[in-house]
Write a protein of this length. Sequence first.
Length: 94
Amino acid sequence: MESEIAKRSVIINGHKTSVSLEDAFWSEVKAIAAERNLSLTELVSLVDHERGEVGNLSSALRLFVLARYRPATPALSERPAARYREQQQSPRRR
């Protein structure tokens, strides 16, 4: 399964930049933008702002799309180790 990489130009904070993503990721970014009533440039700008100085914009967009399909990180109390400790500390029900 191959996906071509497409380079698109977007303007972020008044500066033109190019972003390279596989077609499948561009399709999802466009769909998310449409669902949120944002232009593609507006959504890319939001992702860019949220990533700060960490990583590159293409990676940040891929992670943004991935986050849409992955369940949210469980709260600490829902993590297996925390649940185990809680079970050990509380009286067992029989």
